[in-house]
Design a binder for this molecule. Structure first.
Ligand code: HAM
Length: 425
């Protein structure tokens, strides 16, 4: 038997109804905040992620699905391509490529699959889905303002509320600007020098190339050392400090609770200033339901104009896992199973099905070759609310036997009243 590749999953009914509920709800929320949908390719040139996300990150150095194009055209030959591990870099690329600022477009969302070669476990897959949103634009449009950061966080609180998720924690930090990072990296190098030989091979390498990334280390033995390292808070310049303070003050004003976590650095290199994650207790080890932050230099790093931005990506798989049990009410069962009884009855049944479906009823159609017992079994198996019997007598009388399957209550209903009866719960 051929199975789906390791770390990938088939999303099956009825769960897909939950996914559709989540996507429809977030689309509504995005509309209220004037975000517009963007769809970018699921593969991009490898260079985009190397430059955007950062060579030293776990994502780029270990987790990407990368291949060399085999196309014969000169322009394709040997080009290195990668299945997107995240979508901020792709959206910023599209922003630059299409000069979207000229059209006044600056708020985007996107929903789709991402790919990372991680060790699969609950809430961690090799193909997973993100709901991504980005606000990006020229500084003259206010894109650098702390008001944007706070608005994004308030949007997220609203969005989680709308899908019914409670009990989340917003962890907040500021990772400063590149100048702060240079000073901080220097301090980290000094702090790491006497202890780094006791750390894992990755940390030994990071201590030289990009000490900041030591905070991504998951090796348990390294954690006591990491806990003693300085935090970025002491290295923020006045402007970054003021930005961070204003974000927190707006959050207080709109009553969004947060917890400051000075060790939250996020696993991607493009972040500046505000960085955040929302965690949820129900998820186990992979407890980050979403993450994001500001990336004021990313556009320039990708060859574009200055365009400060901030955004987030929700792990949709994890969001669905965190939904309360009550969300299952979105799964819609069939309203009625139509059971044609005897030769020639398929035609009548088809006509009835067509009439009832016009009323937005969910109708499952049986077959005239089925006996009554088999029709009842079929109706039961799909969880239909009612079964409607279509036999010669019923057609002649233009009135049909309708049985409520849970209670066993049966009535005879004139054709003209059928839809109304089925619509009344
Ligand atoms: P990220 O923290 O790498 O950020 O991913 C965001 C979210 O995607 C995570 O919090 C998690 O819920 C989900 N996720 C990540 N990896 C997996 C996986 N292997 N399986 C299941 N879910 C996963 C980013 O990707 C940034 N692009 C977010 C962003 C947008 N920052 C600014 N704008």
């Amino acid at each position: 038997m051929i199975k789906s590749p390791r770390g990938t999953r088939d999303l099956l009914p009825p769960d897909t109804a939950l996914w559709n509920f989540v996507e429809a709800t977030v689309r509504d929320v995005f509309r209220a905040y004037n975000f517009h949908e963007i769809r970018t390719p699921i593969f991009e040139s490898t260079e985009l992620f190397a430059r955007g996300v950062g060579e030293e990150t776990d994502i780029v150095s270990k987790e990407m699905f990368t291949w060399e194009d085999r196309g014969r055209a000169e322009s394709d030959k040997g080009q290195s391509l990668t299945l997107r591990p995240e979508n901020t870099a792709g959206i910023v690329r599209a922003y630059i490529e299409h000069k979207l600022w000229e059209r006044g477009l600056n708020k985007f969302f996107s929903i789709g699959p991402m790919f990372r070669r991680e060790r699969p476990q609950k809430g961690r897959y090799r193909q997973f889905y993100q709901i991504d949103a980005e606000v990006i634009g020229p500084a003259s449009a206010g894109s650098q303002s702390p008001a944007r950061d706070a608005e994004i966080l308030e949007l997220l609180a609203t969005l989680l509320d709308r899908v019914g998720i409670t009990g989340w924690t917003l962890e907040l930090n500021s990772v400063g600007c590149p100048a702060d990072r240079t000073k901080f990296n220097e301090a980290l190098r000094n702090a790491l020098a006497p202890v780094v030989d006791k750390m894992c091979a990755d940390c030994q390498r990071r201590a030289v190339t990009n000490p900041f990334r030591v905070f991504d280390c998951k090796v348990p033995e390294d954690q006591p050392i990491i806990a003693t390292l300085p935090t970025i808070a002491h290295f923020l310049d006045d402007a970054c400090r003021a930005h961070y303070k204003e974000v927190k003050q707006i959050l207080n004003a709109v009553e969004i609770p947060y917890t400051e976590n000075p060790r939250l650095v996020r696993g991607l290199d493009y972040y500046t200033r505000t960085a955040f994650e929302f965690t949820h207790g129900g998820l186990g080890a992979q407890n980050a339901i979403l993450g994001g932050g500001r990336y004021d230099g990313l556009s320039e790093a990708l060859g574009g104009p200055p365009a400060p931005g901030i955004g987030f990506a929700i792990g949709e798989d994890r969001l669905v896992l965190s939904l309360p049990a009550s969300a299952e009410s979105v799964v819609r069962q069939p309203d009625v199973y139509i059971a044609p009884l005897g030769p020639g009855m398929n035609r009548e049944a088809a006509r009835l099905a067509r009439e009832l479906r016009r009323h937005d009823l969910v109708v499952e159609l049986g077959d005239e070759s089925f006996r009554l017992k088999k029709s009842f079994e079929a109706a039961d198996k799909i969880g239909s609310r009612y079964i409607l019997i279509v036999g010669e007598n019923e057609v002649a009388a233009n009135a049909f036997a309708l049985k409520h399957l849970a209670s066993g209550e049966q009535v005879t209903i004139p054709r003209a009243e059928l839809a109304q009866k089925l619509l009344s719960k």
